[in-house]
Write a protein that binds this ligand. Structure first.
Ligand code: SAH
Ligand code: ZN
Length: 715
């Protein structure tokens, strides 16, 4: 197996000396570029530096290995998904007689092999570069499994099959497992202004609420419906299901899949009201393969502690590491819930949205349907509706929830509420009302009251078929006689005004919506008139040097961890990063605490950050724009936050930093967009200025960051 690993390593990176600079560089063959990107972007740092996690795994290994040794057993540990080899090394140090380490990702397996060789434990640990579920057996059967194969949703990385299969095929009967079990908790909440905005269908006008009273049966005990439906005592309760009448299919249960969020930053009473205590809904026993099912539904009785309109569930899980009855528990609870919780980005909490909002009353109990398949979970209030009767996972039937991300839905809801934007658009529309053309994808701007209300005719250019269907439903529902939707530019009449949010469905980072500029130019040249007014008319790409409280750990060097030198892992990731372009990652920055390491230094007062590049959208796009800016750092800096702002009259609509913040307050960021983050490489931390070259070439924005001025010749 090791020869296979060696080959992969040789294949992925080719070392080359640049004869001009004398610097060693890494070349990557085109076939392997994706793998290298994956390593470069794999933010294992945060996980490896999660000492709460590391220490609890190590404590459990020591407990279990000592128990086995005390009985005189030969201890053979199977580490499934060894990564850097960390847990295998801990097992060896704790006295395991033999360790078998499996790792499916070949470059990582190779890295683990090197780390283990250096550690002096190579005679105890054997690395095998395979997925556990692809092996039918091992030569000798281990009697302890250790595995950290969890994601934010616990089972999303296939943990259920990994454990069940290993217990049945790879290990001795009675094998101990670390962690021994996992528990999943759900808390009912009401949050119309925050969480609700990630899930609800945007309304052009205030919607009318419809109520239906339903009698529900509440089992007095929790029952597991799969595989056996037990008879349990039940009581009756009445709940009110709340539906809002809106243009799309009102029976749509929405998107029930996970919304992973740093729930620690959502505060009870400020952002949401808790309607119940956290309630245990699932317990997975990883030591008993016969109790592990890939599909299960349970009905759980949830005591309501406060009356309200239940529109969301906050969820998290914990791990009982070694059956020491609470002695060693690794918890993902938000920090306002549990003082033992730690910040981490590789695991966070989640929000799930029920198919319908339900009015609940203090003192009552409601039946919660909790379901999971092999990789994901879902939750609902059992309102007796036929869609839930099958106990199957509900799916969106209106396409809106199925096609749009949570961030996009939030953005659309906010668009409808943005008063300043509405004012500026209304002014411009009233100046050029005859034929307002709205350009973009996945945008509701063409339905915005400020557009529909002022224009003689609105034409929405939307080339995505499902989005055209959604737009048509709004048009029909609200009987909008002056709005039409076309698929192609050739169907347009000459616009009096061109509008855009701008937004395109493929965009991840804000400046990836610049195709708006090219669309505008195409329309202008189609009608031979480059003076057609457009809005927004300028785009500003902006940056703030940041001192993140935690987020930078995701990109940090790991070095020596729990006494083991893992710097071979740093070499691998640095090698990978130097072989790819500067990596600007997308984050929802409202989820991360940080302060700016710069004042409000911009020429235009009141706007945050430094402008890196400005584009004049009412002139033809140039092939190549390039500007160098120097950002002065006043305090400590570990990253740079990047976003775009679009000018609508006197209003700059931000996709990043919002007003407020400053002083001691944590910064506020638009939750309807993701922002870009560039992490300062470890060797450049402490620099007092950073030079940024921002380029717009062939329709793409790229950045070069450097602590020293950048020579012009360099790309
Ligand atoms: N055990 C390491 C790494 C954890 S990350 C640590 O605790 O630091 C999980 C690793 O498991 C990833 O590298 C992933 O590639 C690997 N993995 C997940 N499921 C696996 C499986 N069934 N068999 C082998 N490797 C697996
Ligand atoms: Zn839907």
């Amino acid at each position: 197996d090791m020869t296979e690993v060696e080959e992969t390593r040789q294949k992925v990176f080719k070392e080359k000396v640049n004869h001009v600079t004398g610097v060693r560089e890494w070349e990557v063959a085109e076939d392997d570029y994706d793998i290298v990107q994956e390593i470069a972007r794999s933010r294992f740092g945060d996980m490896i530096l999660d000492y709460d996690r590391n220490d609890r795994y190590e404590a459990a290994l020591i407990t279990v290995i000592n128990e086995k040794k005390a009985k005189g057993e030969f201890v053979h540990v199977l580490d499934i998904g060894t990564g850097t080899g960390l847990l295998s090394l801990m097992a060896a140090r704790a006295g395991a007689d033999r360790v078998t380490a499996l790792e499916v990702f070949a470059p990582m397996a190779d890295c683990a092999q090197k780390i283990i060789k250096e550690s002096g434990y190579a005679d105890i640990i054997t690395v095998i570069a395979h997925r556990s579920t692809d092996l039918s057996h091992l030569g000798e059967k281990p009697n302890v499994i250790v595995a950290e194969v969890f994601d934010t949703e616990l089972i999303g990385e296939g943990a259920l099959r990994t454990f069940k299969d290993a217990l049945e095929n790879l290990v001795q009967p009675g094998c101990r497992v670390i962690p021994a079990r996992a528990r999943f908790y759900v808390q009912a909440t009401e949050s119309p202004h925050v969480m609700g905005k990630f899930n609800e269908i945007p309304q052009m006008r205030e919607g009318k609420e419809e109520r239906s009273e339903v009698e529900m049966t509440v089992p007095l005990t929790r029952r597991r419906l799969v595989p056996l439906l037990e008879d349990v005592e039940v009581s009756k309760t009445r709940v009110t299901v709340l539906d809002v009448v809106h243009p799309l299919d009102s029976s749509c249960p929405g998107n029930c899949s996970v919304h992973d969020v740093q729930v620690s930053l959502l505060l009870p009473s400020l952002h949401f009201s808790p309607l119940s205590q956290p309630t245990l809904v699932f317990e997975f026993n990883f030591e008993d393969s016969s109790s592990i099912f890939f599909d299960e539904t349970a009905i759980v009785r949830m005591e309501i502690s406060k009356s309200g309109k239940l529109d969301s569930f906050l969820t998290w899980w914990d791990l009982d590491m070694d059956r020491s009855d609470g002695g060693n528990t690794l918890t993902m609870a938000p920090d306002w819930k549990d003082a033992n919780s730690r910040w981490r980005d590789h695991w966070m909490q989640s929000i799930y949205y029920p198919p319908h909002r339900v009015e609940v009353r203090e003192g009552e109990a409601v039946p919660i349907l909790a379901g999971h398949d092999e990789f994901s979970l879902w939750f609902a209030v059992d309102d007796g509706s036929s869609s839930l009767a099958s106990l199957d996972r509900p799916y969106c039937v209106c396409e809106f929830h199925a096609r749009l991300s949570r961030t996009m839905i939030y953005r659309m809801n906010k668009l409808m509420d943005d008063r300043r934007l509405a004012e500026e658009i209304a002014k411009e529309v009233s100046r050029h009302p005859s034929e307002v053309v709205v350009v973009g994808e996945g945008s509701l701007l063409g339905l915005h009251p400020s557009v529909v209300g002022g224009a003689q005719r609105v034409t929405i250019l939307e080339n995505t078929p499902w989005m055209r269907k959604i737009l048509h439903k709004y048009i029909k529902f609200h009987e909008l006689r002056n709005v039409q939707v076309v698929a192609e530019m050739s169907q347009l009449s000459k616009p009096s005004l061109i509008l855009g949010e701008p937004f395109f469905l493929s965009s991840v980072l804000p400046w990836e919506n610049l195709p708006f500029w090219f669309e505008v130019e195409k329309i202008q040249s189609l009608f031979g008139d480059n003076s057609i007014p457009i809005m927004p008319n300028r785009c500003s790409i902006r940056a703030i040097p940041m001192k993140f409280r935690d987020l930078h750990h995701t990109a940090g060097r790991v070095g020596t961890v729990n006494g083991f030198n893992l710097s071979k892992f740093d070499e691998l990731s640095e090698k990978a990063r130097s072989a790819v372009d500067a990596i600007v990652e997308d984050y929802s920055l409202w989820e991360y605490v940080g302060e700016e390491s710069d004042g409000w230094k911009d020429e235009e007062r009141g706007r945050a950050g430094t402008e890196l590049l400005q584009m004049q959208l009412d002139t033809a796009p140039s092939d190549s724009e390039r500007k160098e800016k120097t950002i002065q750092v006043t305090g400590e800096m570990n990253g740079i936050a990047l976003w775009a702002e679009w000018q609508f009259g006197d209003y700059w609509m931000t996709t990043g930093r919002t007003r407020g913040g400053g002083g001691n307050e944590s910064l506020s960021w638009s939750a309807g967009h993701k922002q870009g983050v560039y992490f300062i490489p470890p060797e450049q931390l402490g620099e007092k200025q950073i030079h940024v070259i921002t380029q717009f070439v062939d329709g793409e924005v790229t950045f070069i960051f450097s602590p020293t001025p950048i020579p012009l010749e360099k790309k």
